[in-house]
Write a protein that binds this ligand. Structure first.
Ligand code: ATP
Length: 229
């Protein structure tokens, strides 16, 4: 269970006058399911990068479960992310030349001298759940939608307590999109993970109890279960 607390967060690029992200305060309770929407350029990906510790150039505080990720060294932050966050990026970040299965297993390979068979089984099961049957196929030859599903399987492998997904259904057709929505929400429910999805997909945001809209880097709407905050 992980709570997110943001205070006075500002991210500004290349001396730009307007901050790409400007969040006075935001709290996401542990185990919440949150959709973040907003027009192109409203700061959604910048938010993903900030709360996952990938973007460190901003000012302000980002706490996960009381831990200030801004005070961590790069190495500590990388370790924290590997241990706690399942991250699905818009461009997938898969490793070319490796199979779908090896891509799912790659992050955990760094932590094990010999991979436990339970992880190999879980990786294969996750690939099946996202509808990828060709476990041995090199990811370079997969379609965009298939790559997206491999990235989602990889994000869930270590049973993270925080799942952050940037447009996880963007490259998927209706059926695969629904499978991924089901997988993400069921995973989060069963493991009490905090789920934050950047999305334009109403089917996905409808599944989230809380919906935040960004405009020019600021949260302008914050609705929980039909109640404006
Ligand atoms: N590395 C960067 N250097 C300069 N400006 C940047 C950089 N990254 C993002 N920006 C700017 O910050 C603003 C927010 O960008 P961001 O990618 O977070 O928007 P977004 O809501 O995710 O957009 P989209 O829906 O198109 O992906 C935009 O105006 C963008 O041009």
């Amino acid at each position: 269970m992980s709570e997110l607390f943001i205070n006075q967060l500002q991210v500004r690029f290349n001396g730009s006058v307007q901050a790409a992200l400007n969040i006075p305060q935001l709290v996401v309770s542990a185990g919440a399911h949150v959709a973040v929407t907003g027009a192109s350029g409203s700061g959604k990906t910048t938010l993903v990068n900030a709360i996952s510790g990938l973007e460190r150039s901003g000012s302000g505080k980002i706490f996960w479960n009381g831990k200030d990720i801004g005070r961590m060294s790069e190495r500590q932050r990388d370790r924290w992310r590997a241990n706690h966050v399942g991250l699905v990026m818009q461009d997938f970040h898969l490793y070319p030349g490796l199979s779908a299965l090896d891509n799912v297993l790659l992050p955990v390979r760094f932590h094990h001298w010999r991979l436990p068979s339970s992880l190999k089984i879980r990786a294969a099961e996750l690939l099946e759940q996202v509808g990828i049957r060709q476990h041995k196929q090199v990811v370079d030859t997969l379609s965009r939608g298939e790559k997206q599903r491999v990235a989602i399987a990889r994000a869930l492998l270590s049973k993270p307590e925080i799942v952050i997904a940037d447009e996880p259904t963007a490259s998927l057709d209706a059926n695969n999109g629904l499978d991924v929505i089901r997988l993400l929400t069921q995973f989060a429910k069963l493991s009490s993970a905090t789920l934050i999805c950047i999305t334009h997909d109403p089917r996905l945001s409808d599944e989230m109890r809380r919906r935040i809209t960004l405009e020019n880097g600021r949260p302008v709407k914050d609705i929980t279960a039909g109640k404006a905050q």
